[in-house]
Design a protein around this ligand. Structure first.
Ligand code: NAG
Ligand code: NAG
Ligand code: NAG
Ligand code: NAG
Ligand code: NAG
Ligand code: NAG
Length: 518
């Protein structure tokens, strides 16, 4: 079920959906994020996060699927034992974590990094995301969307005197999504509860399904219908949070839907060896040796190695993607011709932010010496074939848009990304993707369209501030202008002379490097 296409990010822009208040609130409220950074640097860091969010936020594109379209998935049989037997602690039911504490939190310097084998710990220190961890005898309570922590069984006849000592009485609530500053969006994210259970609640919460791996609670909701967000808000954070568990984790997913499961099935099975639990529909009691509710976030398409215990990088995330997608379809062999024709992938957008002289640009790239592939955006192709197409490219070219998220598929240390920034949005364009390319060792090049390359010349007089001085125009008219005019109402016609210079530079660079491909 390879399902539907990824909806186009820009649709939401048309309808006045952008919410500048959220954005500026985010900037103002961001002081906590990283106190170690000087204010200005920090401001731009937060600005980047917020700008990308605004660019791609598809307010009217909530992937909330009509309920009758949803087919409840019968959940995991991964917990071998079902039924009510609760004698004996859940997590030492045969495998695993006896004597060796399960490390749930992989983040360095987290308040939860050193939690023991029994407890609840929430890290709410991050600007973007809250994550809660629960270690011990964890059981779901579907009716209240809760995870309950039962006290450890005393070894023999000893009293449960210390059972209350390690677990706060307070109920923790957490919304597992990585945009906690975006209030209107977060209002739609389910709130999951975590609390200590009283021993006398055990009878009412006998395990129907017993898992030997901890749960990760994430959501298929939010902006997941947009490719940028699916990776930036969803799968990259999920990977950051559980990659150290090496697939010994059960995904318990809010707003589970077949589109999500089909579109991202390789990533889902790359993260977890177990079947997914449809958390909102599955009313059975699932038991786990631990649970993580929410995901880590390190910045726009970012992995900060120093924040992970095992020094993970964005290249490791790329390798995760490579491993997830490579089974489905082999990458084409790199061409052996001499002289080699490096491969250039040209993203072809439809309707908006199009390259109006795309055919001429493709011929230009051929004449420069590239073997050109035209890559369609949002055409419904499975991501595995997108992976194969993009990972074979030495150079990926596209006008600013969510599909450039597929830079994550490019070969680290080798490829180049050439982003065409339409008039008026060079900073937005750079902010969304440049840092990720740096982290992957991918060469970044940006081509800023000039006024005479913009379709806006057909709409505005030559001396209009929109064409003459986009920065001043944006200062004057704010995000609305960016959203509706520069992003939402512009095509480009590239100057073949100037663009040819950039292509020639990238071509000679590619010739100096080994071919892309496996
Ligand atoms: C533990 O908590 C329960 C319920 O709040 C309470 O009844 C019990 O007395 C507590 N036990 C100890 C040892 O504090
Ligand atoms: C769980 O859901 C099933 C099917 O929707 C229903 O038959 C059953 O009564 C429910 N059980 C509880 C405890 O709500
Ligand atoms: C991670 O990097 C730091 C600093 O480079 C180093 O001290 C540490 O040993 C590394 N840790 C691992 C697990 O590689
Ligand atoms: C261009 O790519 C196609 C498809 O992979 C390949 O068949 C062809 O040989 C390549 N052409 C050159 C000149 O490299
Ligand atoms: C477009 O404008 C640039 C300066 O912004 C100028 O160098 C170039 O010659 C112009 N091209 C055309 C076709 O007018
Ligand atoms: C961009 O080009 C497409 C196809 O020619 C057209 O449908 C669309 O209206 C154009 N958009 C703008 C803003 O000119």
């Amino acid at each position: 079920m390879l399902a539907s296409k990824l909806p186009d990010a820009t649709k939401g822009l048309g309808a006045g959906a952008m919410d500048v208040e959220d954005g500026s609130g985010g900037v103002g409220g961001g002081k906590k994020v990283a106190g170690r950074w000087p204010g200005l640097v920090h401001f731009f860091f937060v600005l980047t996060v917020v700008m990308c969010a605004l660019v791609y936020a598809p307010r009217f594109l909530s992937p909330t699927v009509p309920v009758d379209f949803l087919r409840p998935q019968r959940p995991s049989s991964s917990g071998r034992a079902a039924g009510g037997q609760l004698q004996g602690r859940g997590e030492d039911g045969g495998r695993g974590n006896v004597g060796r504490a399960l490390v749930l939190d992989n983040q360095v310097n987290s308040p939860c990094a050193s939690m023991g084998g029994h407890g609840i710990c929430c890290d709410r220190s991050d600007f973007n995301t809250d994550v809660c961890f629960m270690a011990g005898d964890v059981r779901t309570d579907a009716a209240s969307l809760s995870f309950l922590l039962f006290p450890p069984q005393p070894p023999s006849g000893t009293a449960t005197a210390n059972a209350n000592a390690t677990v706060a009485e307070k109920e923790e609530r957490v919304q597992p999504y990585t945009r906690k500053w975006e209030k209107q969006l977060m209002a739609k994210i389910h709130e999951v509860r975590l609390r200590a259970a009283r021993p006398d609640e055990a009878d009412a919460h006998r395990c129907d399904v017993r898992h030997h791996a901890p749960a990760l609670v994430m959501t298929a909701g939010g902006y997941t219908g947009n490719l940028f967000h699916a990776f930036n808000d969803g799968f990259l954070p999920a990977w950051l949070t559980v990659q150290h568990l090496r697939r010994r984790v059960v995904l318990a997913v809010l707003e589970y839907n077949p589109w999500w499961a089909g579109t991202f099935r390789e990533l889902v099975s790359g993260l977890s060896d177990h079947l997914v639990i449809d958390l909102l529909r599955d009313n059975r009691t699932h038991c786990f040796p631990g649970a993580i509710v929410g995901t880590r976030f390190h910045g726009t398409l970012s992995v900060e190695p120093a924040r992970t215990r095992d020094n993970r990088t964005l290249v490791d995330f790329h390798d995760f993607l490579a491993g997830a997608y490579k089974d489905d379809k082999s990458t084409p062999e790199p061409e052996k011709q001499q002289p080699r024709r490096p491969r250039l992938g040209l993203y072809s957008r439809k309707g908006n932010r199009m390259i109006e002289n795309e055919a001429a640009v493709a011929r230009l790239a051929e004449s420069v010496g590239f073997n050109v592939s035209i890559l369609a955006t949002a055409n419904g192709a499975p991501l595995s074939s997108e992976y194969a197409a993009v990972s074979a490219c030495d150079v990926l070219v596209g006008v600013h848009g969510a599909d450039l998220t597929k830079l994550l598929f490019l070969r680290p240390g080798h490829a180049a990304l050439l982003q065409v920034a339409p008039l008026g949005v060079p900073h937005v364009a750079r902010g969304c993707y440049e840092k990720a390319t740096n982290m992957m060792g991918i060469h970044y090049e940006q081509y800023d369209a000039a006024a005479n390359e913009s379709s806006l010349v057909r709409k505005y007089a030559a001396d209009d501030v929109v064409l003459r001085d986009p920065e001043a125009a944006t200062r004057e008219r704010g995000w609305d202008l960016t959203a509706h005019v520069y992003l939402g109402g512009q095509n480009v016609t590239l100057d073949l002379g100037r663009f040819g210079d950039v292509l020639r530079k990238l071509h000679s660079r590619a010739l100096r490097l080994p071919a892309a491909g496996p």
